[in-house]
Design a protein. Sequence first.
Length: 253
Amino acid sequence: MVQICALASGSNGNAYYIGNENTAVLIDAGISRRQLHKRMVEVGLKIDKIKAVFITHEHTDHIRGFRSICERQQISGYMSSRTYEDSRPIYLPSKINLFEPGDSMNVADIIVHSFAKDHDAADPCSFRIEIDGLSIGVFTDIGVANDKLKLHFSLCHAAFLEANYDEAMLWAGPYPTYIKNRVASDKGHLSNDQTVELIQSSAGEHLSTLFLSHISADNNKIDFALKAVESLNKPFKVLPTSRHKPSEVVEIK
Ligand SMILES: [Zn+2]
Ligand SMILES: [Zn+2]
C-alpha cells in the first residue's frame, strides 16, 4: 500500500509525503516540524514513518523546516552539494547526506532518483520515488520541461506536478515586470498551458493520479489549473493541493 499526500504546496511552503506500510520519505521541508506534525495528524499519517527528507533546492519555501524536522525526528537529510553551499546555515541540520543530481539513493526499500531541472537556484533537482514497484514524481519549481523530466514523468504512476500560473493572470497581475519575466522564464515556473503540454507529450499509460502543485496565489486559480488539465479528458484523477492545508491522502495501486 503506497500513500501519497501534499502536506503543503506553494510559495508558503512545500512538503510532499510518499510512503508504504513501513517507511516514508518527505520531499522538501518548507514548513516547520510542528506544522508538519499537525497536518499529518489531521489526515491520519504518522510522522515517525518518515525516515529521510530530500531537498529540491535552497529556496525558503522548500527548506524552512529542514533543520527542525531532521533534528527533532532524528532522520537523514539529503541535498545536493551545491544546494548545500547556497543554503542559509540556519535551515541546515547538523548532519547532511550530500548527493549530485543524477544519483539514486536508498531509504530502506524505497529508491529515490534525483535529476537536474531548470529553475533559478544553485543546483535545482527533482525526484522520482520508486516504492513497491510504483513510481511517484515530485516535479515543482520548473522553468521548462527538460528531457530528463519528460522521461521520469513518463514512468510515473502518480505525480505532484507544478501548474504555477495562468499566463493572462500573470501579465495582468500585481507583480513588477522583472518578477513577471522571471516567473515566465526558463528558470521560473510552469504555466497551466506548459503543464498541459507536458502531460500531452509525456504522461505514461500507468499514470493514475496527478496532484496539481505549487499553484500561485496571485497568478492562478485552482479552478483554472484543474479545468486546463481536466479538459484533456485523460484517464487519471486530477487533484488540487493547497498552501494552507494537506491534500487528500491517495492510495496508489
Ligand atoms: Zn517553490
Ligand atoms: Zn523555487
